[in-house]
Design a binder for this molecule. Structure first.
Ligand code: ATP
Length: 369
């Protein structure tokens, strides 16, 4: 499933040079993006980057100042919310407290003047889809938070919208329930075939549920790709840092064939990595390396592309793995992760140990900014 790689695939949603200003303030800045049918598309970014504004324009609650928004080939930028086949599930769920779960799900269908028998069928189908059959007669305060979340989802899907917008849908759930619910969401999205666009500031959530993730910064999308492509080949320090843990070492580029060597400190071995874009000799660059891609050993490893010696400063024990903070000559600190071997001891190294770090030249990525 990768319609974005298919030149013949028609996008369901197209944003064309969309700008949204609130007075002098630009919340969305000349944004262009395509989203395909059946995608589970995540908008990810820090608070204030414009995720909700983008979503609200899709829902019809805001109109763009400039640009076009197309849904299934039609310009919908100025079409009101109730006239587009889009539904939005809000963080607060907004269930009616005095209505049963059954009636909450039926509410929108009744307002749409659907025949009674058809409503009943549809509600039963939604109850099955979200595994809520047992709770149909209860009121919202008589079920758990996770179940309420499922009611809200059932209600938003009842009218079979072309597109469902989810604004931080799992924000009110605790971590464990949140993780279980992420899998339920993915399952329901797959079974209904509805296109989902989710707003979240939780990078793990975006990476778990989404077919593609758009990382936003200051009203712009800075990278859009599949979760693994975003993780493995970020296009900037901002993206690398926003998604997961990363070491950034700043230095000067020395291009050698398809690799770049990084001069980062006098008298230290250069780090060899794979450039994300072309570099000129002497250009400032940022070398990004994920902690779990670095091996730690007591002896200098044979045959590794990048090796450097350092001293263990700090250790964070995380159960199955530990993160080691290793200080290199010149004060540069690098984080490296190692699986804990329980049969020997909890940790492989201790504070003050001299260790060797090593990694491959494909693990290190050179970024311009
Ligand atoms: P959060 O994760 O905190 O919800 P967000 O990425 O969803 O943030 P938005 O709610 O889209 O961010 O807001 C983007 C920017 O636009 C913010 O700086 C916000 O203050 C501003 N903004 C949003 N709505 C309005 C409005 N109606 N009038 C003025 N400024 C607004």
């Amino acid at each position: 499933f990768a319609p974005w790689d298919d030149p013949n695939a028609k996008p369901l949603i197209r944003f064309r040079n969309v700008t949204k200003r609130f007075g002098e303030f630009t919340a969305i800045d000349d944004l262009t993006i395509d989203i395909y049918e059946r995608e589970f598309f995540a908008l990810l970014g820090p608070s204030g980057c414009g995720k909700t504004t983008l979503m609200r324009m899709l829902g019809g609650f805001e109109t763009p100042t400039e640009g076009q928004i197309e849904l299934a080939g039609k310009d919908i930028a100025r079409v009101p919310p109730n006239k587009r086949s889009v539904n939005m599930m809000f963080q607060s769920y907004a269930l009616f407290p005095h209505l049963s779960i059954w009636d909450n799900i039926a509410f929108g269908l009744r307002r749409g003047r659907m025949p009674k028998a058809e409503i009943a069928n549809r509600v039963e189908e939604m109850l099955r889809l979200t595994r809520l059959e047992k709770f149909a007669r209860r009121k919202p305060h008589q079920i758990s938070g996770g179940q309420r979340q499922r009611v809200a989802l059932a209600r938003s899907l009842a009218k079979a919208p072309t597109l469902l917008l989810l604004d931080e849908p799992l924000g009110a759930l605790d971590k464990k329930l949140r993780q279980d619910t992420q899998f339920e969401l993915m399952d329901i999205q797959e079974r209904t075939g509805t296109t989902f666009v989710i707003v979240t500031h939780d990078q793990e959530e975006a990476m778990t549920v989404a077919s593609r993730v758009a990382v936003m910064e200051d009203g712009r999308i800075v990278q859009v790709a599949t979760p693994d492509a975003i993780y493995e080949t970020p296009n900037s320090v901002y993206v690398a840092d926003f998604i997961g843990d990363v070491n950034i070492i700043v230095g000067r580029a020395d291009p050698q064939g398809d690799k770049v060597h990084l001069n980062w400190a006098e008298g230290q071995p250069k780090f060899i990595g794979t450039p994300a874009s072309p570099f000129e000799k002497g250009q400032t660059c940022h070398y990004a390396i994920r902690p779990e891609k670095i091996s730690i050993s007591a002896q200098k490893p044979e045959g590794a592309t990048n090796t450097v010696e350092g001293k263990v400063l700090d250790i964070a024990y995380l159960g199955n793995i530990s993160t080691y903070h290793v200080e290199l000559a010149g004060g540069q600190v690098i984080k490296a992760q190692k699986a804990n071997n329980r049969r020997i001891s909890r940790r492989s190294f201790t504070w003050g140990d001299q260790v060797w770090l090593s990694w491959t030249d494909t693990a290190g990525i050179l970024l311009e900014r």
